[in-house]
Design a binder for this molecule. Structure first.
Ligand SMILES: [Cu+2]
Length: 451
């Protein structure tokens, strides 16, 4: 993690008090937010967005972080807990916090349509009950193309009621940032135009939990580890692979799979997506980030586990998970056309011919089996993200993988037609948008009014 030095003392944070009432599994790789509330089923944390200086490759850049950390500290709770986040905005511009993937009360989703953004110097308390276990993350939903790139992104783990008995849990935040020729975080966020508008802000530097160098730790022979991985880049589709170990995918977007997905070759990790991997160290255990280059795929180690001890490798722990959301006979159907037009500074992206804010929320019936057809018309890829609901992939006609399980994020390939299923079980107004943050910024967002 990168630790920011304060530009100015903007905020007096309440001192953290230790709470040992409900021990949760230790998650390696990130600092956990201390729980301020002694009640067993309440997790109360203090979170402050701050500006500060961080050194990347010897050069100081102005980054923005949660609690002066990039990525932000890990928010840990157990399914069914009440989570209370005392959030304070120490930035010089408005912000919100969105809990990516959580199917919570709509008012707490941290989107500007439902919450007046928190002004500089102001605070807001987010409070919600977490309905699902899994691997999630949090980030602003205001000017995300700059706020997330500058470092406002944090990890979140909601543990199962009875956590799966892995020997070690690790969380890996994978990011791709753009440095200029002086190795400073590049500026030029606004207006979103030119090639940045077209493809999103593609970085030139990978960060692994905020570090340039691969993360290092010892891994023990004859053990099983659970690795939670998220792609927090603005725009870059990554792939991940594991070397020197046996591995399988056990959860996608937080949800445990009915059957594990065998670990074969790189798997595509679109922006916003999470995978939980079960890893059994063999010669060690290495997490690799695979990025396409002009001369073929390049694999960068993100984590290098050095093997210690000996003993026979165990069988996989995870063999079978719960059934995914049932797909009943469809009673409502909608089509989202992903399209674009030329604007003042470059291409502007739209959904159904409308930039965000140009149309009304799309009314849909709550608790109703629904087919969502997404038709991509621009030839560019878009990681589609739906707030507050799960969906399942029914069919796709592009080159992307069939992804099992209950999802909240899915990369739609250029020109592709994708069929999704959701039951819209969570009422309220929920955003659906492209998670390439520059596409979202120019207009590729819409809302469902679920009632
Ligand atoms: Cu997009």
């Amino acid at each position: 993690m990168v630790r920011l030095l304060p530009l100015a003392l903007l905020f007096a944070c309440q001192p953290a008090e230790e709470d040992e009432a409900v021990p949760l599994p230790t998650v390696w790789g990130l600092e956990t937010l201390p729980d301020q509330d002694p009640a067993e089923d309440v997790v109360e944390v203090n979170l402050v967005a701050t500006e500060g200086q961080a050194t990347i490759d010897g050069i100081a850049s102005t980054l923005w972080g949660y609690n002066s950390q990039v990525p932000g500290p890990l928010l840990q709770a157990r399914v069914g807990d009440t989570v209370r986040v005392n959030f304070a905005n120490g930035l010089s511009e408005p912000t919100t916090v969105h809990w990516h993937g959580l199917r919570i009360d709509n008012a707490m989703d941290g989107v500007p349509a439902l919450q007046e953004p928190v002004q500089p110097g102001d605070s807001f308390t987010y409070e919600f009950v977490v309905p699902d276990s899994g691997t999630f993350w949090y980030h602003p939903h205001v000017r995300g193309h700059e706020q997330v790139e500058r470092g406002l992104q944090g990890a979140m783990v909601i543990h199962e009621e009875e956590p799966l008995a892995y020997d070690v849990e690790r969380y890996f935040v994978l990011d791709d940032i753009l440095l200029d020729e002086d190795n400073r975080l590049a500026g030029g966020f606004d207006p979103v135009g030119g090639m940045t508008a077209m493809h999103g802000r593609l970085g030139n530097t990978l960060l692994f939990n905020g570090q340039l160098d691969p993360l290092q730790a010892e891994v023990a022979a004859a053990t099983r580890e659970r690795w939670r991985v998220v792609n927090t880049a603005n725009a870059r589709t990554l792939s991940i692979d594991v070397a020197d170990a046996a591995w399988q995918v056990i959860a996608v977007d937080g949800t445990l799979l009915t059957e594990p997905w065998p670990g074969v070759g790189p798997i595509r990790l679109e922006v916003g997506r999470r995978y939980d991997l079960e890893v059994i160290p063999e010669a060690g255990a290495e997490l690799q980030v695979v990025v396409p280059t002009t001369t073929g795929d390049a694999a960068y180690p993100a984590f290098q586990g050095a093997l210690v001890g000996d003993g026979e490798s165990p069988d996989f722990l995870f063999t079978r998970g719960p059934a995914p959301m049932a797909m009943d006979d469809v009673e409502q159907e909608l089509t989202l056309t992903l399209d674009a037009a030329n604007g003042q500074y470059g291409v502007e992206f739209m959904i159904n011919g409308l930039r965000y804010g140009e149309g009304d929320a799309i009314p849909v019936d709550v608790d109703t089996p629904t087919r969502i057809v997404i038709e991509e018309t621009t030839g560019l890829e878009h990681p589609f993200h739906l707030h507050g609901q799960f969906f399942r992939l029914v069919s796709r006609d592009g080159g992307g993988p069939f992804v099992p399980g209950s999802l909240d994020t899915l990369l739609v390939d250029g020109g592709e037609r994708v069929e999704l299923y959701t039951d819209f079980s969570n009422p309220g107004r929920w955003m659906a948008h492209c998670h390439i943050l520059e596409h979202a910024e120019t207009g590729m967002m819409t809302e469902f009014d679920v009632r």
